[in-house]
Design a binder for this molecule. Structure first.
Ligand code: PLP
Length: 434
């Protein structure tokens, strides 16, 4: 496949039209990668662009396409809600109750659940809840952890190396006081968290973390770290928030918290839940969640919260996962095959690269040593990753363009897809090594 604009006449025309009417031509900054992709259709693990190219999709809409594109069981459930009262703006729907019942039945930490539209709204509500429940202001997040684009969490998000340890808001326009109220610790480094508690006694409202920081690929938490965070938050009266927007339902029906055997106070959900349809949610301990109730003290507002499309899609997605437990064994096996295959190719070529990930999530870091923490990731050879990404895409294998993000095996990928991917990776890594 060629990448000159001649190969993408419709994509190029669409990108030009977008530049005229959409700032920067895309509606979310990380969607822009310079190539005029415009996808017209998708099916299972594949996406087709308007110019006739077909891609095996490991980007999977940043992981939202858990089961695959145009997945009948989910799309059919969505079609069924269209024609009913799409929105009433009053009371509650059967779908909202059914979804909250389903999630609370699957995760012991989830006693009640508030539905939102997106993962960002879920984490914003969770942070606000931690502050309201404790009467404190400070929140701890971890370097590289991404929890959405809002002010409370917009620090140290895939920072360039030289800004990684300073104040690096994701954006201008954020109140300095919002940044000051967000403290940064290092993942898998309990001492860095203890230090913050020592420096700000009685002031830390809560800790928010991706239990696997998939937004920097995959640093797996040590059991000691996760259990230590549980202890520290309990001992200090702060709220422990697991952001399972990616990990929730992807690795286990009980979330990554079940695999870790650590129970957070509050969990946020989003893109892992509804196979591409918009939804988010906050679930947690009943007494905490009561702050969201009409007699509580935390504002909840959202015209589209608990919208029927997202709820129906989430119920169908979770229902499918419940009735197909082989989803987990299959995606884990395929993910493992990709990780071990990529590692073997890199090692045989003498390339300093390390395959990482968990379950159906995989990534290739271009580092000399296996990364153990965020500081190691800052030494990732981004140029090498970009070349890998570019050449894999040219061969029809769509991956995330950001070196420290991750790729996803969906429920529609097959062993044959994985073997083809490894064959292409062998060629591409061979070219990079020479
Ligand atoms: N939390 C995590 C872990 C995420 O990866 C994301 C999105 O990338 C969010 C929160 C924000 O979710 P959304 O994009 O639905 O607002």
């Amino acid at each position: 496949m060629e990448t000159s604009s001649d190969s993408y006449p419709r994509g190029t025309a669409l990108a030009a039209a977008a530049e005229r009417v959409i700032p920067g031509g895309v509606n979310s900054t990380t969607r822009y990668i310079g190539t005029p992709y415009a996808f017209g259709s998708g099916s299972g693990a594949y996406l087709d662009d308007l110019d006739g190219h077909r891609y095996l999709d490991y980007h999977a809409a940043f992981g939202a396409m858990l089961l695959g594109h145009n997945f009948d069981a989910v799309d059919e459930a969505v079609r069924e809600v269209i024609g009913g009262p799409v929105l009433s703006g009053l009371g509650v729907s059967e779908l909202e109750v059914a979804l909250a019942e389903k999630v609370t039945s699957l995760l012991p930490s989830a006693e009640t659940m508030l539905l939102t539209m997106s993962g960002s709204e879920a984490t914003a509500q969770a942070v606000r809840l931690a502050r309201a429940a404790t009467g404190r202001e400070l929140i701890i997040k971890f370097q590289g952890g991404f929890h959405g684009g809002h002010d409370a969490v917009a620090r140290n998000v895939i920072s360039p190396a030289d800004r990684a340890y300073g104040l690096d808001p994701l954006s201008k326009g954020i109140l300095p006081s919002a940044l000051d109220a967000t403290l940064i610790a290092e993942f898998n480094d309990l001492d860095s968290v203890r230090e913050l508690y020592d420096r700000h006694p009685g002031q830390i409202a809560g800790i928010i973390l991706e239990p696997i920081p998939h937004n920097v690929g995959a640093l797996l938490p040590t059991q000691e770290f996760a259990a230590g965070l549980r202890r520290l938050t309990t001992d200090n009266g702060s709220v422990l928030i697991f952001d399972e927007v990616i990990t929730g339902f992807r690795h286990d029906l009980g979330g990554y918290q079940k695999i870790l055997q650590v129970t957070p106070d509050v969990t946020t959900f989003g893109k892992g839940m509804a196979n591409g349809y918009p939804i988010g949610g906050v679930a947690g301990r009943r007494d905490l969640m009561e702050h969201f109730s009409r007699d509580g003290d935390v504002l909840v507002a959202g015209t589209f919260n608990g919208n029927p499309v997202g709820c129906a899609a989430a119920l169908a997605t979770i229902g499918y996962l419940e009735s197909h437990p082989d989803f987990y064994t299959r995606t884990h096996e395929l993910g493992e095959r990709l990780r071990s295959g990529l590692q073997k190719i890199a090692t045989e070529l003498g390339l300093p690269a390390h395959a990482a990930g968990f379950g159906g999530v995989f990534n290739l870091y271009f580092t000399a040593d296996a990364p153990a923490g965020y500081r190691d990731l800052l030494r990732n050879d981004n140029d090498a990753y970009r070349l890998f990404h570019r050449r894999m895409t040219d061969r029809g294998f769509l991956m995330l363009p950001l070196a420290l993000k991750r790729n996803h095996v969906s429920g529609s990928h097959t062993a044959d897809d994985v073997e083809q991917t490894l064959a292409a990776a062998e060629q591409v890594l061979g070219e990079i090594a020479t």
